[in-house]
Design a protein. Sequence first.
Length: 505
Amino acid sequence: MGSKVFWAVVLGFFAGVFMRSYLMIGWSFAGFFALLALVSFLFIFFHRERSDTYIVISIVLLCAAFGIARMQLATLSGDPHLTSAIGKHVTIEGVVSEEPDARENATLLSVNASALVVESSASTTLSARAIPIHAGILATLPAHARVRYGDRVEISGELQLPAPFDTGDGRSFNYPQYLAAQGIEYQLGFAQVEHIEGNSGNPIKAFVIAIKEKYLAGTRAVLPEPEAALAGGITVGDKRSIGPELSQDFQRDSLVHMIVLSGYNITVVLNAIARILAFAPRSVQFGGSIFVVIFFSLVSGGASSAVRAGLMALVAVLARATHRVYLGERALAAVSLGMILWNPWTLCFDPSFQLSALATLGLILLTPLFADLFSRIPEKFGAREILASTCATQLMVLPFLLYQNGTLSLVALPANLFALIPVPLAMLLSFIAALAGVAFGSFGTIIALPAYAILWYIVSVAHLFASLPFAAVSIPAFSAWWMFGAYTLLFGALFLYQKRKTTGA
């Protein structure tokens, strides 16, 4: 019964958030679902032989009501002063809430706006007054703008509302909802920084970002591009300097997961920490794991893929420390529940979370199946494990990826097999190279040579497979119903396979 209650809570809440995300329903529907939950609960007194069923139905309905209510509370309503200034040139005061996203042609700045500066003229004098506001704003600044996380800034530019944009092949990206998941309601185009004051951000987060910047500077001091960018991607999740050409190669090869802080990267680090602290008390081992997860979550800017991977890793560490059974699917559900409870926009409008969760689900449910199919593949260098896990994740995320961008990689399996094997070693050597760069500057290049060799190999693999004819094909846009149908067939086939395996038929 406990398992049924757990899944009733999780699936009911997810259903409520999902419905409110796409349908214009609110408090009245939440109340209606709560009333249905009460009615279902009352049926227990008339049909006691089915009490368990009615309890589960009541929990599903009640949690669906809660999911609707939670999403309703998270809905952004905008600021009336800013909404009235859409299309005008405005000056905003606020605090930089995230690490600036420095790109080739611009710097994107997330700002928690606190005041709208309005100029007013009285007879012969010109003065300015600040109108209190509260909103998230994404400002587009010139490239290489010298702004840091936590800076209190005054910026000016044309105020805009985010708009969806075409991604090709008849697909459209819901940019407003994507930004809403990050708490951003407005954009400030062609912005300029008028004034910068002292740091007002979280000192711990500012410290971690400073360490990351120092680390990346050390990497760039001893490694050329694009190897330096790849080193930053696989170790601290920094993919801003990967460049469009290499980024496209990784997409065509389905290797993008390598240059973000995914569960694989964090697991490699946690396994290394576990070996280093193998003889330490359990409290020290668990504390070290917690530190690693928090550090990488902050380094990634709170990216949902890194947070999910880190939290699941912590659950695994805790289970091992307390000698309890670790069930991957339950851990994934519990962590996802916590993340969506914190930010319900994550469920439907954060592609990073969606891909990460689907890939992890594929690892949990499908890897054993493919491991059996590839039983004749040698285990040397982890080839069988990489091949089975790659097939499992690729199959699970395929319908979603085809729906989102329509790119079907035909070289994903061999590219992942050749590129993933040296990743743990590449992470270690990249870390050593970065430390050499921090300590010795460009004189640490000799120490970084092993890292350069293995990173060059990975870049070459990505470029080789991406350059093959028909490495990837483009699929025209299709309805989301086809995607849901594909997942229905996939899970149905998996259910039948497991049932047949259990019965021994």
